[in-house]
Design a protein around this ligand. Structure first.
Ligand code: PMP
Length: 434
């Protein structure tokens, strides 16, 4: 399975002419996936892959409850949001019920980028300011403003650097960062850097409007913030008159196991929460949840309209996703299987020194691959080899982080202990061949 078939090669060629050439594909030899079920993806030629990296199909590929909720509503009505409908209200009630009480107003959109774009507008409307603090290495979406707040993009290939309304704070990375460790003291030291950025903005007469950060950093390298980091940062931002945005596009919807939202693991309450990928189980659905005060600031004369956001089908699907999470106790599953995976990876780390660090919460896990544990030199090439070998063994994984050396694990929430065991045994075999 290391070569593209004739048909696959033709699709690759046609993508290059019919689609934008920089539309990203996974794997050296791209896969042609034609069917998905639960934690499995099936290629056209009939190979079955264990999907360990898909945080979009959150409750499992093509979950029957979600599929039938969408089908049922599609036979009745799908239209824009200018009519009264029960689904949007039911969904907003169910979603806000999972949040701290002050996060009480929902706005439905169609992608994580759109959610963050709207969050920026809300923050600007509320503060009447523009300046934003972002974390090094972060990614928040593909629109113009989202690229402007994504160092991963504006400092990466083809990027043009930060605009004058955006400044970066250092990444609070307990493994590679300026301060190493995860305790409260370290959290405080990193938060001081946010104070530095806030002060810089103030000195430029450009006071801060908002801080945006993933509650656990995904694109930045599966980084779990040091204790108290977000608490300290939120305090600093609010003191300066800004608002705090939690990007839960990757880590929300119960993935962390202990809570619905990853910000709850840091004991903070954001002013604006953005939700994407998992909320629609693959259907393009996303949301912004905010306080009534911020929502009121946005109602400043200009009408807000979103053609597709919150349509009856999307809301039926979103509701069904939440029902599956509850009915199948998927948060408890994420916690127990996630712990089992982490323990297993740590045990492998005792045998294979290339695994330098294992971290994460629930089914959001990262393993740092290093050539040498003392120097922490990243083992990016070796990890790329491992990912390809695992694929050849029928397991889909991917890399993450600025050094491309973090093994990223975020499977559908129905990932079982047996799946975890199969993964650990296969990984041990692949590592022993390195
Ligand atoms: N925020 C984060 C943290 C993300 O990972 C992504 C997508 N990778 C986005 C926002 C943008 O979401 P979308 O691709 O749905 O626009």
């Amino acid at each position: 399975c290391g070569f593209a078939s004739k048909n696959e090669q033709q699709l690759i060629n046609e993508r290059q002419t019919l689609l934008s050439e920089n539309l990203s594909l996974a794997y050296r030899t791209p896969l042609k996936i034609v069917r998905g079920k639960s934690v499995y993806l099936y290629s056209e030629s009939g190979e079955r892959y264990l999907d360990m990296v898909n945080n979009v199909c959150h409750v499992g590929h093509c979950h029957p409850h979600v599929v039938s909720a969408g089908q049922k509503q599609m036979t009745l009505l799908n239209t824009n949001t200018r009519y009264l409908h029960d689904n949007i209200i039911q969904f907003a009630k169910k979603l806000t019920a999972t949040m701290p009480a002050k996060l009480s107003v929902c706005m439905f959109v169609n992608s994580g980028s759109e959610a963050n774009e709207l969050a920026i507008r809300l923050a600007r409307a509320h503060t009447q300011r523009k300046a934003m603090v972002v974390v090094e290495g972060a990614y928040h979406g593909n629109s113009n403003a989202c690229i402007d707040i994504s160092p991963y993009k504006f400092d990466g290939p083809g990027g043009n650097g930060a605009p004058d309304w955006v400044k970066q704070t250092i990444v609070p990375d307990p493994y590679y960062g300026r301060y190493q460790g995860s305790d409260e003291k370290i959290g405080e030291q990193y938060a001081l850097d946010v104070q530095r950025v806030v002060n810089e903005f103030a000195a430029e007469n450009n006071p801060v409007a908002a801080f945006i950060c993933e509650s656990i950093q995904g694109v930045g390298g599966q980084i779990v913030h040091p204790q108290g980091y977000l608490q300290q940062v939120y305090r600093i931002i609010r003191q300066a008159g800004g608002v705090c945005i939690a990007d839960e596009v990757q880590v929300g919807m119960g993935r962390v196991g202990t809570h619905w939202w990853a910000f709850q693991t840091q004991a903070v309450i954001p002013d604006i929460v953005t939700i994407g990928k998992p909320i629609g189980n693959g259907h393009p659905l996303a949301a912004v949840v905010t306080t009534s005060e911020i929502a009121r600031s946005f109602v400043s004369g200009m009408e807000y309209f979103n053609t597709f956001g919150g349509n009856p089908v999307s809301c039926a699907i979103g509701l069904a996703v939440m029902e599956v999470i509850e009915n199948e106790k998927l948060m408890a599953n994420a916690l127990s299987v996630g712990d089992y995976l982490k323990q297993g990876l740590k045990a492998l780390g005792e045998k294979f020194s290339i695994i330098g660090d294992v971290r994460g919460t629930g089914l959001f896990i990262g393993a740092e691959f290093v050539i040498d544990r003392k120097t922490k030199a990243p083992a990016a090439e070796q990890l790329a080899y491992v990912i390809e070998e695992m694929k050849a063994c029928g397991i889909l994984l991917s890399t993450e982080g600025p050094r491309h050396n973090v093994l990223k694990i975020k499977p559908p929430m129905v990932f079982s202990r047996d799946d975890a065991e199969h993964f650990l045994l296969t990984l041990a075999e692949v590592l022993s061949k390195l």
